[in-house]
Write a protein that binds this ligand. Structure first.
Ligand code: ATP
Length: 256
């Protein structure tokens, strides 16, 4: 299933070309490529240890690749100075696996935190309170504004983490295992929320997941990371019918 929306294939918002990363003899990324188009949900699947986290770390600058290029909105991030990189980073919202809220801060303070770090992004008249409320409304949790993270369920934490990412109005969202640790109903709610956000904010999303149901619902295209490469790229419908055993293994009993 593909989502019925505009994808602008003329506008590549993120491109990884020929990425290599090894740790000694462990050649984790071995010529990995991907293109993310504006307005697209691109799912990356790969088995455990295939290099998804390594790829994300290279992408957000936490790890240096051995070779290859990573361009975000036509800027090669390996060639930017720190200040240009920080500006560009604000355009990328990263939802970490564990939600990563600050436990000692209220929901409001958690949401204000990125605003304080990226003050240049907002003019001085921007009202912090209204930005916080707008982001909370987007995830349906305005009433949680004064709660502490310990008072939230797993699904609520995920929503607040999404709101905290959205508050900077990113152009690209990176979701690392957005449904892991959630029960199937809550996982479905988060997937629906990701779709709603995409429509409302017009973001492009890179979604790393093991969750085949999530991939089926959310992906416009998928990339399978196998043997350190973009082994195959295509829609869920195309890949789930593939005869190659390495590809079939991802979809076993899951194509209904
Ligand atoms: N800092 C590091 N030093 C040495 N080896 C590393 C380092 N980081 C990752 N690796 C190795 O890179 C490989 C890929 O790891 P990575 O964490 O990217 O896998 P993954 O696809 O994200 O797995 P999972 O789905 O289980 O999270 C593994 O063999 C891992 O041991």
């Amino acid at each position: 299933m593909t989502n019925n929306k505009d994808i602008n294939k003329q506008n590549i918002v993120l491109e990884i070309k020929d990425l290599h990363k090894s740790f000694g003899n462990n050649h984790v990324l071995n010529g990995f490529n991907l293109k993310l188009y504006q307005g697209e949900n691109l799912v990356i699947m790969g088995k455990s240890g295939s290099g998804k986290s390594v790829m994300i770390k290279c992408l957000v600058g936490l790890m240096e690749a051995d070779s290859g290029t990573i361009s975000v909105m036509q800027n090669d991030i390996t060639k930017l100075n720190q200040s240009a990189l920080d500006t560009l980073r604000a355009d990328i919202g990263f939802l970490f696996q564990g939600s990563a809220l600050y436990d000692s801060m209220t929901v409001r303070e958690n949401l204000e935190f990125p605003l304080r770090r990226h003050t240049k992004r907002f003019d001085s008249t921007a009202n912090t309170e209204s930005l916080v409320i707008e982001a909370l409304d987007s995830v349906g949790l305005r009433d949680a504004i004064d709660l502490m993270p310990s008072e939230l369920s797993g699904g609520m934490k995920k929503r607040i983490a999404i709101a905290r990412t959205l508050i900077l109005k990113p152009k690209i969202m990176l979701y690392d295992e957005p449904t892991s640790g959630l029960d199937p109903i809550t996982a479905k709610e988060i997937i629906l929320l990701m779709q709603t956000i995409q429509k409302k904010y017009g973001t492009s999303s890179l979604i790393i997941t093991h969750d085949v149901d999530c991939a089926r619902v959310i992906s416009d295209r998928m990339v399978l990371l196998i043997d350190g490469k973009d082994y195959v790229v295509g829609t869920f419908a195309e890949l789930s019918k593939h005869k190659d055993p390495k590809i079939k293994a991802f979809f076993k009993n899951k194509t209904s």
